[in-house]
Design a protein around this ligand. Structure first.
Ligand code: ZN
Length: 112
């Protein structure tokens, strides 16, 4: 899914637009403040718009995490840790209960 800058019309993948606001930013509320990589304009996107983009990435990361098991080598376990860290961080913004449960389940399966 592409986001479009309202100022210069630049359109690109949501990941190209740098995320500016921290989770819980009062100013943004239900919106997502991102910087246009072309003109630097601060664009406001709706959370649902951004969620649509991030949803695909979360799905991809979840799939990767699903494929790692506790019998894998140290490299894969490191990878799992990194995936969990990323997914957690993303879910801080979206609060998807199913994703939270999935992360906990995988963490138990891999590290306990
Ligand atoms: Zn722009």
């Amino acid at each position: 899914m592409n986001l479009t800058c309202i100022k210069c019309g630049f359109s690109s993948e949501y990941i190209d637009f740098k995320y500016l606001c921290q989770e819980g930013c009062v100013a943004c509320g239900e919106a997502d403040l991102r910087e246009c990589p072309k003109c630097g304009n601060k664009c406001l996107f709706s959370r649902s718009e951004s969620l649509e983009g991030e949803h695909g990435e979360m799905k991809e990361l979840s799939k990767q995490l699903e494929s790692i098991s506790n019998t894998d080598g140290p490299d894969r376990l490191e990878e799992a840790k990194e995936l969990i860290r990323k997914l957690r961080k993303m879910n801080l913004r979206w609060n998807i209960p199913a994703l939270d449960a999935f992360i906990k389940k995988r963490q138990r399966a891999i590290f306990l």
